[in-house]
Write a protein that binds this ligand. Sequence first.
Ligand code: AHR
Length: 335
Amino acid sequence: MKISRTLMMSAVSVLILAVVSCSPSASQGLTQQTPNAPGVQAPRTYQDVIIGFAQLGAESEWRSANTKSIKETAEALGIELRFYDAQQKQDNQIKAVRSLIVQKVDVIGISPNVESGWEQVFQEAKDAGIPIILVDRRATVPDDLYRAYLGSDFVEEGRNAARVLANLVNGKANLVELVGTVDSAPANDRYKGFREVLKNYPEMKIIDSQSGDFTRAKGKEVMEGFLKQYGKEITAVFSHNDDMSLGAIEAISEYGLKPGVDIKIVSVDASHGAFEAMIAGTLNATVECNPLLGPQFFDLALKVINGENVPKWVPSNEGIFFPDNAREELPNRKY
Ligand code: AHR
């Protein structure tokens, strides 16, 4: 069963792309075609802006889909994109932002690897007159250091994962948690949201919680450690993303237990790999976190460049998926 709006979201994304690419502002030279009153500047178009993007890395299926969406949308809209991959290192991401400032791009998009430590470099961008748009992940900086945040409600994702898991285990479990990258917004918020709902289920106990850094390899390694320490005591796993779940599934099988049966597993993302695992019966549910943010990002960036008011938070639409129609849903998945 799919609770919500993925299809609608894809349709909306396509529509945004279609509208954007057919709209006068996206067609060649609104600037040339529309006469303006003297002193009134014509709106900039996709073809005459340069947009920078400081991506955090390529740690998961989700991230690859996010990067693809940004690059493909830029190409489709004819935008000059300057893209950096920071390989999950904050220092590299800061260097990328500084380099984009020197290049005088019109907007900088960034998915901050971790939440803290951005104030100085964002201030440098502000001083240079370059707006920052946070994409996918938030940073803990004063509001005036970024123009907008485009992305998910990670706290709600954590709450939803807890609701789903509580239902699967009838409110009683010894569970372990695979946390995402330490100090990242999705890890902090999913951790928080999950616990908020768990307060209503006193018989659901978190017996251990460790970071698997959002990667499959680390998720497997941490799950192996949990199994070594707690063995059959573990009855459920909450994993902050699908990649770590897939690693945990391998660890559980190698340990001789049945993932999805002996140990219930719920995670976040709704990636291809998660759908395949649900079809195989090894994953019990995945809460969607939508990475296809390219169309919304460039739409927002152009509005910011043209001085339009934009909301401080543009949320992405998301749902929850279960094994019962994973097979039917899989062909619709874009990541
Ligand atoms: O910031 C979004 C998170 O980052 C996704 O849930 C995870 O898979 C990715 O690495």
